[in-house]
Design a binder for this molecule. Structure first.
Ligand code: AMP
Ligand code: GLY
Length: 422
């Protein structure tokens, strides 16, 4: 089978790393890809992940049998729909189903219709009305831009003044462009946050092992939010009883509601959950694999990825039993100094071979070759250092041994990945 993976970050590196192990793979292409992926697959750096027409054209030209879409933007703008029109099989939701991520107001509406537990909320397109609501609800609130804002559209606000600022930024100052014209205001949920990725064929939904992300840049969950500074799986407090509740009260009703609306969700549904004292509640849905969660979940998946995806596309996921290695996986992200704010690019990276000799696996996120062919930094999150082990402690030891060997100027990382689970 000829496969094309769309994207070029750590998530796509992990998807490619898993796909190349499939007994069905003949050729693996990734667009745009990255230098780490380029070691074992064909990369197409000239085709951006967001270039829908360019991706369809590439898939057609290469005679691709299956496309796997990584990031949210091309899903939201209809890449899977465009591929279907061109007669090319693609794993990922249509634009209509991807609205579960692309519009937080739509996600809330689906959850309300399906009776899925989530934070209570209100939706506003009018600034004065939103402000009046905030003033009538003093106390902590969460203000969210409705649309895609690259993970930056959410502000957890301690009180009215902070909420007013968040509303002004989104609705008046246009901080998130069109994505913030409409906002969702919701109650603050308290508990442990976990990420559950699930395969769906539109009717059946099956969970992968749960993972925990570390969104704040600083140790002890301090500082600004990032795309994710590390993750581990499985999560010890995500017990079989919790998984069962999530299956019955969250995943199955959501998939059924999307099917009932005539927009079945085929792809990876990502439920961001808060394990509250009243049980698991949805913080957000994403319409794709998580990053960095995918970097720890796929290394534990025993099934052939392309077989699971094929079953989803054929509507026979019910026949598949997902199996996971009885081990733990951890990934530590190495980021550029200054991230998630401004940072320098083009700094030479060394020590990758030595890092891999420890037994760790490196997933590239923001790397590039410069004009002299030297591997350099090219993004905020540069590399994920992943390791597996019989226990979480063993996986973390190995990952951190790898981290110690990777060199680039000013690298930052968190030393406390997975600590709360130990
Ligand atoms: P989202 O983009 O919706 O995942 O929000 C980003 C982050 O904000 C989440 O991962 C949570 O840590 C936090 N967050 C969002 N909504 C809530 C909520 N209702 N209560 C508490 N924290 C939240
Ligand atoms: N790790 C969070 C995300 O992928 O959105």
């Amino acid at each position: 089978m000829k496969v094309l993976i769309v994207g070029g970050g750590g998530r796509e590196h992990a998807l490619a790393w898993k796909a190349i192990q499939s007994r069905h793979i003949d050729e693996l292409h990734v667009a745009p890809g990255n230098p780490g992926i380029g070691r074992f697959a064909w990369c197409h750096p000239e085709v951006k992940a967001t270039d829908v027409a360019g991706q369809v054209e590439l898939a057609r030209r290469l005679g691709i049998d299956l496309v796997i879409v990584g990031p949210e933007e091309p899903l939201a703008t209809g890449l899977v729909d465009a591929l279907a029109e061109a007669g090319i099989r693609a794993f990922g939701p249509t634009a209509a189903a991807a609205r579960i991520e692309a519009s937080k107001a739509f996600a809330k509406e689906v959850m309300a219709a399906a009776g899925v537990p989530t934070a209570s909320y209100a939706v506003f397109s009018d600034y004065d009305a939103a402000l009046a609501y905030v003033e009538a609800h003093p106390g902590p609130l969460v203000v969210k831009a409705d649309g895609l804002a690259a993970g930056k559209g959410v502000r957890v606000c301690a009180g009215v003044e902070e909420a007013r600022q968040a509303l002004r930024a989104a609705m008046v100052e246009g901080a998130f462009a069109g994505a913030g014209r409409r906002v969702v205001i919701e109650e603050v949920l308290e508990g442990e946050e976990v990420s559950v990725l699930a395969f769906s064929d539109g009717r059946t939904v099956k969970q992968m092992v749960a993972a925990q992300d570390h969104k704040r840049v600083g140790e002890g969950d301090t500082g600004p939010n990032t795309g994710g500074m590390g993750a581990y799986a499985p999560v010890p407090f995500y017990t079989p009883a919790v998984a069962d509740a999530v299956q019955r009260t969250i995943l199955e009703p959501t998939i059924a509601e999307l099917a009932r609306r005539g927009t079945p969700f085929v792809g990876c549904l990502f439920a961001g959950l808060m394990l509250t004292a009243q049980g698991p509640k949805v913080v957000e849905f994403n319409a794709r694999f998580g990053d960095p969660e995918t970097q720890v979940v796929l290394p534990l998946l025993e099934n052939d990825l392309l077989e699971v995806i094929g079953a989803c596309l054929d509507g026979r996921l019910h026949e598949v039993e997902l199996r996971f290695r009885p081990e733990s996986a951890a990934v530590v992200v190495l980021a550029s100094a200054g991230y998630p704010g401004a940072y320098q690019k083009g700094l030479p990276i060394g020590g990758l071979v030595e890092a891999e000799e420890t037994g760790a696996t490196l997933f590239h996120a923001g790397t590039a070759f410069n004009d002299e062919g030297v591997l350099v930094t090219a993004g905020g999150r540069v590399l994920g250092v992943m390791a597996t082990g019989p226990t979480l402690a063993a996986a973390l030891d190995l990952a951190y041994a790898g981290v110690e060997r990777v060199r680039f100027e000013g690298r930052v990382f968190r030393r406390d990945i997975g600590r709360r689970a130990l």
